[in-house]
Write a protein that binds this ligand. Sequence first.
Ligand SMILES: Cc1ncc(COP(=O)(O)O)c(C=O)c1O
Length: 395
Amino acid sequence: MSKKFKATKPDTILTSAGRDPENNFGIVNPPVYHASTIVFPTVEKLNNRIPFEGVSYGRNGTPTQFALEEAFAQLEGAHRCVAVQSGLAAVTGAITGFLKAGDHMLVTDNSYGPTRKYADSVLKRFGVETTYFDPMIGAGIAALIKPNTKVVFVEAPGSQTFEVQDIPAIAAEAHRAGATVIMDNTWATPLFFRPFDKGVDVVAHAATKYVVGHSDAMLGLINCKDRATFETVKNACMAFGFHAAPDDVYLGLRGLRTMGVRLRQHEKSGLDLARWLKTRPEVNKVLHPALPDCPGHEIFKRDFTGSSGLFAFTLKGEYTDEAEARMLDDMRIFGMGYSWGGYESLIIPGHPGQFRSAVPWNDRTRIYRAHIGLEDVEDLRADLADGLDRLKNNA
Ligand SMILES: Cc1ncc(COP(=O)(O)O)c(C=O)c1O
């Protein structure tokens, strides 16, 4: 890729950003640097290190890490990106620098469970109060904002139940009160949702999912709108000793190159199976943002340009626990496992009620969260159909 060419279209950014063959012996991919110690040739160079620039110590970043950060920042239109060791570290690293004892944070009620746990355990002990809000609150969030509200945290669509928040409306109210808007954009990736255009200040991604894409590395990426948010986030991550390991960063860079084509296939097969599930008599609701059952579907149509392969469905309610277990136990292709975003299909039962406080969820209504992978869609449909038949036959 010639240095004179600056990509602007997402697929070309994915394949060109963060690599420089001209300065790497013509080799297409950046090298993996393993480093703790960096030696300085002179006292002058040692003393004149520029904060957040270049290499200084392994934990603060290597050229491999900078390559991924540069590529991902370009993809989402960020000022700069900070790579960390997991998606959860991206969430906690994004939030913490904006809070101190006595502050208040607003968090969407459908946020990822461990995000809540961080707020309810660590932040609470350090004197930060958290209030959870109805994901469908929109501009009504103004009523929950207090003088000490410093962070509003959104995740759209949210984990497990997939309601889509009205982020522009929420961000407008948050900014009116001087709060920072932080988003978990793992589900949509920068390809299907543009957080900075919708009022978000800092974006956390579990790159473990679609960026790595092959279920073999943990990684987090935090994109920051401007220099001030970047410094807050980077300082917090450095204070915690957060760090992304070079081999995992390399897997992230490698995954990024094919993320566009993979996501489009996840989207296509996911929509196909979500629509088909809706026609099955055993299924009650299909919680896929692109389908009308999902709260926030209209907002999704307005603000998102595509959907990934993760959604959930609920059953009609007349089935025993044993029948539901039979449905899953004998699946041939769908694996049962936490996480998602890899090439393989997964299905897992969930109990959203345990993570709810603002809007109760009837805990008898279990959800089934499916991640639609890259297998042949007819094979996947047959696996699901046989599972639903087992459910019916054991009712
Ligand atoms: C929406 C969301 N955010 C964050 C995370 C945390 O990512 P990681 O498992 O890489 O820590 C997950 C993991 O499942 C997730 O689903």
